[in-house]
Design a protein around this ligand. Sequence first.
Ligand SMILES: [Zn+2]
Length: 311
Amino acid sequence: MTIAYITHPDCLLHDMGDGHPEQPSRLRAIHDRLEESGLLARLEQHAAPLATDAQLRLAHPESYLRRLQACSPAAGSYPLDADTRMNPHSLAAARRAAGAAVLGVDLLLDGRARAAFCAVRPPGHHAERQRAMGFCLFSSIAIAALYALEHRGLQRVAIVDFDVHHGNGTEDVVAGDERILFCSTFQHPLYPYSGTGPAASNVINLPLPAGCDGAQFRAVVGEQCLPRLRAFAPELVLVSAGFDAHRADPLAGMALVADDFSWVTAQLAEQAALSAGGRVLSSLEGGYDLAALAESAQAHLEALLAADRSP
Ligand SMILES: [Zn+2]
């Protein structure tokens, strides 16, 4: 079965200004690398639809949607927080990012793809129910989880977030919802400086020290995330795929390499094969060194393709 690659040109139009690390060229770097390597031709490309208001309301109250709409500028840019800005295209890009994840759920549950990767921006895992922050507007991966539960009849969905930053937004949306198991590995201390206090029983926060390398990362994931995932037996595995724990990343200080992203992806695909019919939906979060981002995304997709070939 195929691996879907979901993206949209609107995601290139969201621009927070020259020098901002969360820049349109991130998606171009991934696309170019996949094209040059021949990988893109092995993926089934889909255009991300705009998430509907009803889909966004799975994670965000109506008042938040209205507030974002009111902030959306006709020209120039509007600051949502110290490092998150909206230009006239940002809202559409964020709707495409959430819509990509919803489409991915449909493709997987309709049997039209075995796995899917959403090459989208802005990212989503810092967006809380009522607050845009950390380059994020909508909690795309949580919306996908809730869509699968509320509208596609699933009972258990896992979200694994290996971005170097804590997925505070995802946690804010899903904490206490026992239908969802959320596991986030992240460097601590680091933005957004959350994830180390008491957490709901469906949340596994795994802070890692600066300098953490692949061996340490694999040990923590292997001991504290994968056994919980296996016991939970998710019917769908969602991934907040941030690649900023790479050692070349300028915003963080962990020391992973592309092979570590390949490893964790293979582990998640293995769990998906056991309990979820192999279904893995992955959405791009961070990753700010363009070469490392492209190489890591390629390793991630190659691991998904390799899992797809195994029986
Ligand atoms: Zn990040």
